[in-house]
Write a protein that binds this ligand. Structure first.
Ligand SMILES: O=C(O)CCC(=O)C(=O)O
Ligand SMILES: [Fe+2]
Length: 347
């Protein structure tokens, strides 16, 4: 078996307890209520889940199962290739989309490999983190040659999950007391991406993590996972890590930092991580619903007033992501940029 590369070893405090607490507690929301007309109740349930958990699962979500089965099969075929084949679409500092197998979360290497593909090709994004620099750059997708139908299958999947993300964004807007279409304008020219994740079996699940603890930076994450399990969420009520029980064909939804800021902390972006598995490989597919680069993220005016003043200074999404991306390739001496850096200090 050899020895573990120290780059993967989590600090003692971050190592997982391999016994999962209270699986199955994350709220499950049935979107078929949209068809039966019980929208008010649905909106109330979503609002409650966002406030209490920041996470929920959805069933009867409208993404056709055959579309999911096709992307699952295609991603397996892609990842089953040799490392040399996969590296033909390798991500690097010039090409931000593509295959990557040494991502770090909080400076510790994740036990996974990924293929990132932007929803809008090209993705238009700030060229540098420098606030004075107005220059933009384009990220182009790198399409694997194998399996041959990959691009078509991916596009079909992306179209369906984007529809689900938009539907959820509307429901979340309504749950905040806003018009259903209040937030969609921020996604004209979206920087969303779909990440295909493979977590190989790991001989050291007590030392390494599939993904280290983190919060998602965007508005929403719409994640499909297979039946293996491993995703854990930090429960708001007591800070315990709880497992998200795989429900066949459900999606897992979580609120990201952007919604936390828009809602002025009403909905918090919650920490989560992925525990490694010593026997089974695991696949998951997050759709990261990200705004356009020019969006300045700040608490929405309708949700703030003199009693509830804005808790964050505004920040530019493109610059925020350019700062994040710069730090993706190397270990950093300093903490990654986070929304708490924009928090207004309390008097
Ligand atoms: O694979 C998962 O279940 C979650 C992955 C995740 O949290 C992420 O990529 O941001
Ligand atoms: Fe995440």
């Amino acid at each position: 078996m050899g020895e573990i590369d120290p780059a993967f070893i989590q600090s003692i405090e971050q190592r997982p307890k391999l016994t999962v607490t209270d699986p199955g507690e994350i709220p499950v929301i049935d979107l078929s209520a949209l068809d039966s007309g019980a929208v008010d109740l649905l909106v109330a349930d979503i609002g409650k889940a966002c406030e209490e958990w920041g996470f929920f699962q959805v069933i009867n979500h409208g993404v056709p199962l055959e579309v999911v089965r096709r992307i699952e099969a295609a991603m397996k075929e892609f990842f089953d290739q040799s490392i040399d084949e996969k590296r033909k679409v390798k991500r690097d500092e010039a090409k931000a989309m593509g295959y990557h197998d040494s991502e770090h979360t909080k400076n510790v290497r994740d036990w996974k490999e990924v293929l990132d593909i932007a929803v809008e090709d090209p993705m238009v994004i700030s060229a540098s983190p420098d606030p004075q620099d107005q220059e933009l750059t384009e990220y182009h997708n790198q399409w694997p040659e194998y399996p041959p139908e990959f691009r078509k299958i991916w596009k079909e999947y992306a179209g369906e999950t984007e529809k689900l993300a938009v539907k959820l964004l509307e429901l979340i807007s309504l749950s905040l007391g806003l018009a259903g279409d209040r937030l969609i304008e921020f996604f004209q020219g979206q920087t969303s991406l779909i990440r295909l994740n493979r977590y190989p079996p790991c001989p050291w699940p007590e030392l390494a993590l599939g993904v280290g603890r983190h919060k998602d930076p965007g508005a929403l994450t719409v994640l499909f996972q297979d039946g293996v399990g491993g995703l854990e969420v930090k429960r708001k009520a007591d800070g315990e890590w709880v497992g998200v029980k795989p429900i066949p064909n459900a999606y897992i939804i979580n609120v990201g930092d952007v919604i936390q800021v828009w809602s002025n902390d009403k909905y918090e972006s919650v920490e989560h991580r992925v525990v490694a598995n010593s026997e089974k490989e695991r696949f998951s597919i997050p759709f990261f619903f990200f705004p356009a680069h020019h969006v300045n993220v700040k608490p929405l005016e309708e949700l703030t007033n003199t009693e509830n003043p804005p808790k964050f200074e505004e920040y530019n999404w493109g610059k925020f992501m350019a700062t994040r991306n710069r730090s993706d390739f190397k270990k950093q001496a300093v903490e990654n940029i986070q929304i708490h850096h924009f928090r207004v200090s309390e008097q």
